[in-house]
Design a protein around this ligand. Sequence first.
Ligand code: GLP
Length: 250
Amino acid sequence: MTDPAVPPGGSGPRVVVAGDAEQAAVVVARTIRAAVEVDPSCRLGLATGATPSPAYRLLVHELATTDLFVDVTAFLLDEYVGLPTGDPASYRATIRRELTDAIGVPAERVHAPVTTGDLEASCADYESLLGSGVDLQLLGIGRNGHLGFNEPGTPFEWTTHVVELSATTRSDNARFFASPDLVPTHAVTQGLATIGRARHLLLAATGAAKAPAVAAALEGPLDTACPASSLRLHPRVTVVLDRDAAGDLS
Ligand code: GLP
């Protein structure tokens, strides 16, 4: 099946503007599903946050009774430091709850950075696990242009590393915690170079709050001030927006 959301290599980001967030989710879900239909044992990079949730719900709805994803290996972009194992706000617990358990990806093949013990060793281990990169990497974008937890100022060439979260990111993510004080101060994230090793990057953004970051990423300077501008260095990128998130594009 030919997927219109998949750009030919080397043509710069392909931007798909859907009417609303639900329609954007359809494009995202279809792109993920198509990747697995082409290669049932593919390596999928998954993202957490509110943006991918509608696409994950669609996949669960379509695939809960199939075994299409049973040979997939999933890798998360990032994980908080300091949450107890299994904490529902941890990204590993979130992705299992929202997607992978329901569509039959075995738990032992859902990988996230380990954020206990020696974090430097854990970063190196995660880089080795990711090896030459995933086949398809789903990405959200922070209001400040972050990818994963690569905050503004992060060099494009960094690999998996420990990060101190910015005040904007902690306050944006407080909605997933019982109180803002409970948002961890640190995380381990794939670096921009790690993300860039994926064969195909699929960035999703919905809502007007993301419009400035989307415009900075696609049309602003190629600069670490907007980590998502690094996407433009990648040969195969699809950006799926709703009309609101596309609102600041020229
Ligand atoms: C978090 C995640 C990012 C995600 C971002 C946007 O900070 N680490 O990977 O892209 O939030 O989240 P949301 O989709 O909820 O706006």
